[in-house]
Write a protein that binds this ligand. Structure first.
Ligand code: FUL
Length: 493
């Protein structure tokens, strides 16, 4: 018995020694990734962030009454989009490289685009398809045929339903519709809760916690949008522009849905925020959210400004493209959207930094560590990143990247920097030097930061200095690009 114990002791010791040898050998060749800095995004939030542009579709009785906010007294008889083609909507989105479309299933006027069991104020009472139609159903099917995901806007403010104003009755009605939609239409990726209320009924209560719990119970991978999240926050304006500084982190306890005083906080976020709640910039391709005969789409130059000020500031752009009275996205809008996608492709297709030498201040684990500057030039913008040496961690350490032109000078006017946000958002302040001259004093970076320069630059070397960060900076991608639409954009459109 003693011999048995002795030999099993020996085997255990040998095994332990073997494992620790394996671990130390392993550590030498593959250094571990650095620790994350909390809060972190969820899987669904990461997926959302990578979409960059989402299409919003405002459609309903307002399309026919030429209004922005319906009164709730519209007759369903006016809803008759005789040429409705959700397949056309999905084609337009696909051609614009869009992966998620969000439809107003119900706007403030209360008219439902699906045949709800809980009201007659819907497509059921309209002449469209003899009252047998379902716009939401057609929309979901058309999007899925194109491999596009869907989202739903269900306005809490309802100017038609008589239960609005009776808290219990109305919240029951609203939740019944939520359950109906999320049970009937699967794989909804985003649900949009607008904070608007009847200005004369500000004491109406929306049971947000009940709604949010129900949504997650029915579809757990969905992102819930509202002024205060819990998954995606409003950016605080409807111009498509985020704060120059924009954190994906914020304190949810400082937010209240529908409060007019939080716009500034929403647009910048909070480096000390304990919640990961990235911002979405909603704006319409036209002046109004709904289609109006008298309006036309914005110029390409304006849409590019919006892109730089939203996607280029660590946000997602929610661009509204409203279908018209026929039930189609107007050709002018479809064309403009295609132009926007093609302009984005033209600008970012070529990364001049790929043809350069890239030097860094230091690198985690040394040259063979797997965290070198080459990671900033591959196509993985999340999990492959440059990391400086750990000893250099600290708020004010001088971490830098230098991009040297191989064949003399580089001509560019856009600088792109991306953080590996899967491990938290870190950079607070950065600077950019061109041939030794300071040209940009920047703040946050996040998933994507785009600096459009005042003019074209011809330079030999570009230096990006990370001046201040919450933890050692992790850069997943850098780019030098040429935007031919910038400055000459007025003639292009
Ligand atoms: C606002 C609404 O009042 C507008 O009509 C629009 O739907 C916009 C996206 O949100 O709060």
């Amino acid at each position: 018995m003693a011999r048995l114990c002795h030999s099993s002791f020996l085997i255990t010791t040998l095994l332990l020694q073997f494992f620790s040898f394996c671990i130390s050998w392993h550590e030498q060749v593959v250094p571990t990734p650095p620790l994350p800095i909390l809060p972190l995004p969820t899987f669904s939030q990461l997926k959302w962030q990578q979409r960059e542009i989402i299409m919003f579709l405002h459609f309903g009785v307002n399309t026919f009454s030429d209004r922005e906010w319906g009164t709730g007294h519209e007759s369903p008889a006016i809803f008759n989009p005789t040429g409705l083609s959700t397949a056309q909507w999905a084609n337009v989105a696909a051609e614009a490289g869009i992966s998620l479309m969000i439809l107003t299933a119900k706007h403030h006027d209360g008219f439902c685009l699906w045949p709800s069991k809980y009201t007659k104020h819907s497509v059921i009472s309209s002449p469209w398809q003899g009252g047998k139609g379902d716009v939401v159903g057609e929309f979901v099917n058309a999007a899925s045929a194109q491999g596009i995901d869907v989202g739903i806007y269900l306005s809490p403010w309802d100017r038609h339903d008589s239960r609005y104003g009776h808290d219990l009755l109305y919240n029951e009605y609203y939740m019944a519709q939520l359950q109906e939609l999320l049970n009937k239409y699967q794989n909804v990726r985003e649900i949009w809760f607008d904070g608007a209320k009847d200005p004369k009924a500000q004491n109406v209560s929306y049971y947000f916690s009940d709604w949010f719990s129900m949504v997650k119970e029915l579809q757990s991978s969905i992102n819930i949008f509202s002024d205060a999240g819990p998954d995606v926050r409003w950016v605080g304006d409807e111009t498509g522009s985020a704060g120059y500084t924009c954190w994906s982190t914020i304190n949810r306890t400082s937010l209240a849905i529908g409060s007019p005083n939080i716009s500034k906080y929403l647009s910048t976020g909070d480096p000390r925020g304990t919640d990961w709640l990235p911002a979405e910039c909603d704006v319409s391709i036209r002046k109004g959210w709904f289609w109006h005969k008298s309006e036309s789409p914005r110029k390409l130059s304006e849409l590019l400004d919006i892109y730089y000020n939203s996607v280029g500031r660590n946000c997602v752009l929610l661009l509204n493209v409203p279908p018209n009275t026929t039930g189609l996205i107007s050709d002018t809008d479809a064309h403009r959207l295609k132009e926007l996608r093609s302009a984005i492709n033209t600008i970012f297709h070529k990364n001049l930094a790929e043809d350069c030498y890239v030097k860094v201040s230091s690198q985690r684990g040394g040259n063979e560590g797997g965290f070198g500057p080459e990671n900033m030039l591959d196509s993985d913008h999340l999990w492959s990143y440059w990391a400086p040496r750990e000893e250099e961690e600290g708020e004010n350490n001088d971490h830098w990247i230098e991009i040297w032109g191989k064949d003399g000078s580089l001509r560019f006017n856009v600088i792109r920097i991306q953080e590996a946000i899967g491990l938290g958002q870190r950079i607070k302040r950065h600077e950019i030097y061109v041939d030794g001259k300071l040209i940009i004093k920047g703040t946050t970076v996040g998933y994507k930061r785009l600096h459009r320069l005042d003019g074209d630059v011809n330079a030999q070397v570009v230096r990006i200095r990370i001046k201040k960060a919450r933890a050692v900076p992790l850069i997943s991608s850098i780019g030098l690009h040429f935007d031919p639409y910038w400055h000459s954009s007025f003639t292009v459109t």
